[in-house]
Design a protein around this ligand. Structure first.
Ligand SMILES: [Zn+2]
Length: 341
């Protein structure tokens, strides 16, 4: 059995799309051992972190299990959803979370990102400790030992480049597939009446309740002006906006966030911005990297302009083909050009 493995080496680097689809179909099928939601949440966590890998495609367990712990906390504590295929029993990670909740007297209403950073770290470490033994080897085994190399002592995985490219190309459909199967599992093993709109819950379980922590850094950079239209934003009307829509990236990285006015934020919604804005964000990120306090942030350390360009191109390839286009955009181009002179 591969699920207790501590180290796994990638067997083959090259796989065809058909072979990789086969592996995913297997993971989601009844043939795979899915007594808990762990595998679904691990895939969801990998997809969320596709653009948090370094240039060797390595991903630290602390980043990976931050996503995992957040998703689990929000499902178990916030939505009260059972994660194992037996009534009256709990998945081990569920028990860990309940214990932390009781110890710290945390109400069910609190979502993960509202917890104090000490408690968040405690949860992430406890979840990581449990999952690295039970979960890392499981997906590895289900993919015929091809999806990644992993090392539980180094607490790191390295994605197979063929898999990585596949997940970039099919990110949206893989997200849908994972959310759908996760919701299906939860529907089967929860009868407490909390299952209405399960898919909607699962789709939004990773979303932060607030982007305030980014606002502080961004607002000083944009000086009260909207990134898209360049107009001065009235008090209280500025929003932190995902340059590449959240519904695609499913993650919040400083390098993909800008400040927008309510109008632009609303009309942009799930759309992309024209390419000229991409270059402006890349320039902005160069400035960020030159600032020591920002440079050492975890999300900035794995940033590169080619990563953002890839993300932009892959979002189009995944069906994000609508663009925010207003007259003001033209004004912005002039505004930014003037800014540089
Ligand atoms: Zn605007």
């Amino acid at each position: 059995m591969s699920f207790k493995l501590q180290v796994g080496e990638m067997k083959t680097e090259y796989l065809t799309d058909k072979e990789i689809w086969g592996h995913f179909n297997y993971i989601f099928s009844s043939k795979s051992r899915n007594s808990t939601t762990y595998k679904f949440v691990l895939i969801k966590s990998i997809l969320e972190n596709l653009y948090n890998v370094n240039d060797k495609l390595e991903l630290s367990y602390s980043t990976l299990f931050s996503s995992f712990a957040k998703i689990y906390w929000n499902m178990v504590i916030h939505h009260n959803l059972n994660q194992i295929n037996m009534y009256g029993k709990k998945a081990e990670v569920q028990t860990i979370l309940y214990d932390i909740q009781i110890q710290n007297q945390i109400p069910n209403t609190l979502v993960f990102d509202k917890l104090s950073s000490d408690i968040q770290v405690d949860i992430i470490n406890s979840v990581k400790k449990k999952c690295k033994i039970n979960v890392m080897g499981a997906i590895y085994g289900d993919t015929g030992c091809t999806i990644y190399d992993f090392d539980n002592s180094k607490e790191q995985l390295r994605l197979n480049p063929t898999y990585y490219a596949f997940m970039q190309r099919f990110q949206r459909v893989l997200n849908y597939l994972t959310n759908y199967h996760l919701a299906l599992f939860l529907e089967k093993f929860n009868e407490n009446g909390d299952t209405t709109n399960l898919l909607l819950k699962v789709e939004n379980v990773s979303k932060r309740s607030s982007l305030d922590q980014f606002y502080q850094i961004l607002s000083s950079f944009y000086n009260g002006k909207c990134f898209y239209c360049g107009k001065t934003i009235k008090n209280g009307n500025s929003h932190v906006d995902h340059f590449i829509p959240w519904s695609f990236v499913q993650a919040d990285q400083l390098w993909n966030l800008v400040i927008a006015c309510s109008n632009c934020n609303l009309s942009k919604s799930d759309k992309l911005a024209e390419k000229v804005f991409l270059h402006t964000v890349i320039d902005r990120n160069e400035t960020f990297i030159s600032m020591p306090t920002i440079k050492k942030r975890e999300d900035m350390q794995v940033y590169s302009s080619s990563k953002l360009k890839d993300l932009y191109n892959y979002s189009m390839e995944n069906g994000f083909t609508e663009f925010l286009e207003t007259k003001e955009n033209m004004g912005l181009i002039v505004f930014h050009k003037m800014d540089k002179n």
